[in-house]
Design a protein around this ligand. Structure first.
Ligand SMILES: NC(=O)C1=CN([C@@H]2O[C@H](COP(=O)(O)OP(=O)(O)OC[C@H]3O[C@@H](n4cnc5c(N)ncnc54)[C@H](O)[C@@H]3O)[C@@H](O)[C@H]2O)C=CC1
Ligand SMILES: CC(=O)C(=O)O
Ligand SMILES: [Mg+2]
Length: 371
C-alpha cells in the first residue's frame, strides 16, 4: 500500500505520525512509505533516518497527498489538509470530531475514510491509541499548572509543594482515567495535596489501591465539584465520555468561588473542554485569564514533548497501521471488533454515533460497511 506521512502543520505541533522504526516495519512488509521532507525534524528524526529505514522522501505536498492510499497523521486535519483529502483515501489520526462540526462536515464532503485514534478500544475497556498521549498530557498538566500558578502568569503565587512551615497547594483532578491518574501521580510527586474525582467507583478503587491512600478519591457529584472549586489551587479537567463532547462541569459563575489566581488546566479541551470558560489555546499562547482564574487549554499538549510522544504514539498505532496496510481498511476493521469503532466518517457518512448526535446527523453502523 502507498502510505504517506505528512509534516504536521498545527501550531507548535512537532510530533510525526511514524518513527523511522515504524517505517522500517512497513517497508519490510513491502509497503511504500513516503515521508514529507522534514516531517520528523521536530521529534529528532532526520530525513536520513527515514531513508535508512526504507522510506522515500517527498518535498511536494500535493504529490505526497495526491498519491497516497493511506495517510498517517497525528493531529486532526487542518482546513488545507481537509481540502487535500479525496474519496478512496484512508486517513488515520486523532480527529476529536464531536468538538468540531466544521471539520466533521469537511471530512464528510471529502468522501474519504477517516479512522480516529481516540475511538479505537481494547479488551480491557480502554482506549489504547489515546492512552499514550493521555499519559503524556496528564504528566504535563501538573507542570503546566504549577507554572501557571506563578505571579507572572497571573497565578496566585502558590508553590505546590509548599515549604517547611507552609502548607502545600491543593490539586483536584476531575476524571481519574489515564490523564487523571498521571496528573495526580505527578502532583503527589511534587508534594501537593491531591484529590481525584470520578464517576466510576471501580476506577476510584483502582486509584485507592494503587496509591494506598496518598491521594483522596471522591465520587464525582455537583457537591464534590463545588468543594473542589472552593478549595483547590489547581484543578485539572480530565473527564472523557468516549467520542462525545465533554460535559461542562465548572460554569463561569463557579469561578467566583475559586481563590483568585487559581488555575484550571483543561486537558479535555480536545473534546470541547469540561469548563464553561475553556477555549482552545496553543503552545505559543497557552493561558488566558477569566474572572481572575488562569486557564490553560492547549489541545495538543504532547506536541511540546515531541520526541517522547512520537515514540509512544508509534508504539501504540503500529499494529493497527500494519493491519490497515496489509489488509485494507475494510478487512482490517472487519477482523477486529476493537478497531471497528475507530471508523468515524466514510464516504460522506458519519459512522460514530456520539459524533452524529453532537450535530444532529444520521449515523451509520460501521459494521454494516465492512460486511
Ligand atoms: N489536550 C491534550 O493535549 C490531550 C487531551 N486528551 C484528552 O483528555 C481527556 C481524558 O482522556 P483519558 O484520561 O485518556 O480518558 P479516560 O477514559 O482514561 O478517563 C476519563 C475518565 O473520566 C471519567 N468521567 C467521565 N465523566 C465524569 C464526570 N462527570 N466526573 C468525573 N469523572 C468523569 C471516566 O469515568 C473516566 O475514568 C480526553 O478528552 C482526551 O482526548 C488526551 C491527550 C492529550
Ligand atoms: C490526544 C491528542 O489530542 C493529542 O495527543 O494531541
Ligand atoms: Mg483539536
Amino acid at each position: 500500500m502507498k502510505i504517506a506521512v505528512p509534516k504536521e502543520i498545527k501550531n507548535h505541533e512537532y510530533r510525526v505520525a511514524l518513527t523511522p522504526t515504524g517505517a522500517r516495519e512497513l517497508a519490510t512488509r513491502g509497503h511504500s512509505v513516503t515521508v514529507q521532507v522534514g516531517a520528523g525534524e521536530g521529534a529528532g528524526f532526520s530525513d536520513a533516518d527515514f531513508e535508512a529505514a526504507g522510506a522515500r522522501l517527498e518535498a511536494n505536498v500535493d504529490t505526497l497527498w495526491g498519491e497516497a492510499e493511506l495517510i498517517l497523521k497525528v493531529k486532526e486535519p487542518q482546513p488545507e489538509e481537509v481540502a487535500r483529502l479525496n474519496r478512496g483515501q484512508t486517513l488515520f489520526t486523532y480527529l476529536h470530531l464531536a468538538a468540531e462540526e466544521k471539520l466533521t462536515r469537511g471530512l464528510m464532503e471529502s468522501g474519504a475514510t477517516c479512522i480516529a485514534y481516540e475511538t479505537v478500544t481494547d479488551r480491557q475497556g480502554g482506549l489504547p491509541l489515546l492512552a499514550p498521549m493521555s499519559t503524556v498530557a496528564g504528566r504535563m498538566a501538573v507542570q503546566a499548572g504549577a507554572h501557571s500558578l506563578e505571579k507572572a502568569q497571573g497565578g496566585s503565587g502558590v508553590l505546590l509543594p509548599g515549604v517547611p512551615g507552609v502548607a502545600p497547594g491543593k490539586v483536584a483532578v476531575i476524571g481519574g482515567g489515564v490523564v487523571g491518574e498521571n496528573a495526580a501521580r505527578m502532583a503527589l510527586g511534587l508534594g501537593a495535596e491531591v484529590t481525584v474525582l470520578d464517576k466510576s467507583i471501580s476506577r476510584l478503587e483502582v486509584l485507592d489501591d494503587r496509591y494506598q491512600g496518598r491521594m483522596k478519591t471522591v465520587f464525582s457529584t455537583a457537591d464534590a465539584i463545588d468543594e473542589a472549586v472552593r478549595e483547590s489551587d489547581l484543578i485539572v479537567g480530565a473527564v472523557l465520555i468516549p467520542g462525545a463532547a465533554a460535559p461542562k462541569l465548572i460554569t463561569r459563575a463557579m469561578l467566583a468561588d475559586m481563590k483568585p489566581g487559581s488555575v484550571l488546566v483543561d486537558v479535555a479541551i480536545d473534546q470541547g473542554g469540561c469548563f464553561e470558560t475553556s477555549k482552545p489555546t496553543t503552545h505559543a499562547e497557552p493561558t488566558y485569564v477569566v474572572d481572575g482564574i488562569v486557564h490553560y487549554c492547549v489541545a495538543n499538549m504532547p506536541g511540546a514533548v515531541a520526541r517522547t510522544s512520537t515514540q509512544a504514539l508509534t508504539n501504540a498505532t503500529l499494529p493497527f497501521v500494519i493491519a490497515l496496510a496489509d489488509k485494507g481498511w475494510k478487512r482490517a476493521l472487519a477482523d477486529d471488533s476493537h478497531f471497528l469503532p475507530g471508523l468515524n466518517v466514510h464516504d460522506g457518512q458519519v459512522t460514530y454515533r456520539a459524533v452524529a448526535e453532537a450535530f444532529g446527523l444520521e449515523s451509520v453502523d460501521p459494521a454494516s460497511l465492512v460486511r
